[in-house]
Design a protein around this ligand. Structure first.
Ligand code: NAI
Ligand code: MG
Length: 359
């Protein structure tokens, strides 16, 4: 029988993004070798801030279109100390997510074995969430501008865009995801007391879509109160859906509560599979530790497990997560962000050994 081929575009980007993506490609090779039923065809892209400094562009003009030929995209991080963050984010990451309509950003959070949550007394079953971030509109739609530069009446606007179509599709995705999890429980986060148009539309559409999912229980939270609930009562949450900005912030909090931003994964999905989806760690390019060989690769390995699921390779995804959890359970394999002394190399080698079944 011929092997299934998965075409993966690898974009390390900047800083530790390159380090963790390189480590992840080694892990993917080991996974394919062990499985035997599929192989990866990986193409590496040097799209980055370094390329921007050299050519004036983070990626070619038809970059997003080039990616359509792939089954999935593995992304590191983009951002450099000497280029403004709004240029790097809009020049590469959003320049891929938006044209490829990866509208569902999915961020699972669990406390992995061996890792300590900063929340005292929380045991690992009490913090098991999936945050769904609306990934195409809201506060990051790109509408707005600046006028009268330098004058006292200089003005800058960022307009939050909320459409019925955009809210309905993310709400349906979130209810479906909640339905697929044992607790069948969804929390819809808004700020509909202060933001009285777009967020009220969110609440209204949540109630409409809920009728299609009678077996899913749901509740509503205002985003500020949600931060309190996440810290004080983590076991009361399961699946969570929120706008682009709100979920961006909540998911960094979630990552911290799970022990480190170095373990937190993300999938940017086009659920209809009209375009390739993109998988990345939540963290950025971390200039403070770039080149030191101590970046925690676990977030990228976990995101690769999500990629394997998406590609239909469920046993390989489960094997990878099991290998990751075997490794996190051993404190001598914790990188400095988790309070340990291990290097990216050590963690990567240990995960590969666990995949091969040698530990
Ligand atoms: P960051 O996530 O890069 O770093 C925050 C802190 O967490 C740093 O102390 C860093 O050392 C630590 N950290 C992050 N990932 C780690 C890992 N895998 N292992 C160990 N420690 C880790 O966020 P920061 O400092 O706000 O941003 C740095 C640059 O990255 C900026 O240019 C920012 O715009 C960009 N960025 C890019 C993202 C993306 O491409 N998706 C996401 C977040 C930030
Ligand atoms: Mg963020």
């Amino acid at each position: 029988m011929s092997k299934k081929i998965h075409k993966v575009a690898a974009i390390g980007g900047d800083g530790i993004g390159v380090e963790v993506v390189d480590a992840c490609l080694e892990v993917l090779d080991a996974l394919a070798e062990r499985d035997g039923g599929f192989e990866f065809q990986v193409e590496n892209f040097d799209w980055s801030t370094e390329r921007y400094k050299r050519t004036g562009e983070f990626m070619p003009k038809d970059g997003a279109d080039q990616l359509r030929a792939f089954d999935a995209i593995l992304f590191g991080a983009v951002g450099a100390p000497d280029v403004p963050d709004h240029l790097t984010l809009w020049g590469l990451r959003l320049a891929i997510c938006q044209p490829l309509d990866q509208y569902a950003n999915v961020r699972p959070t669990r406390v992995l074995p061996g890792i300590q949550s900063p929340l005292r007394h929380v045991n690992k079953d009490e913090l098991d969430w999936v945050i769904v971030r609306e990934n195409s509109e809201g506060e990051y739609a790109g509408q707005g501008g600046r006028s009268h530069p330098g004058l006292p009446l200089e003005i800058a606007t960022d307009v939050s865009i909320f459409t019925r179509a955009g809210i309905e599709r993310i709400m349906r995705f979130a209810f479906k995801l909640a339905q697929s999890r044992p607790r069948k429980f969804l929390t819809v986060v808004t700020k509909s007391n202060a933001q009285r148009h777009g967020m009220v539309l969110w609440d209204q559409i949540a109630a409409e879509v809920a009728k299609e999912f009678p077996d899913v229980t749901w509740d509503k939270m205002l985003v500020d109160a949600m931060t309190v609930r996440m810290v004080m009562n983590p076991a009361s949450l399961d699946t969570i859906v929120a706008t682009n900005l709100h979920a961006d912030i909540l998911s960094d909090l979630a990552a911290a509560l799970s022990g480190s931003i170095g373990v937190a994964p993300t999938a940017n999905l086009n659920p209809e599979r009209e375009t390739p989806s993109m998988f990345e760690p939540i963290h950025g390019s971390a200039f403070d530790i770039t080149g030191k060989g101590v970046a925690n690769p676990v977030a990228t390995f976990w995101t690769a497990a999500m990629m394997m699921e998406h590609l239909g390779e469920k046993p390989a995804a489960a094997r990878l997560m099991q290998a990751v959890e075997t490794v996190t359970a051993d404190p001598s394999l914790h990188t400095p962000d988790l309070g340990g002394k291990a290097t990216t190399r050590m963690v990567t080698d240990a995960v590969i050994a666990a995949i091969r079944g040698r530990n």
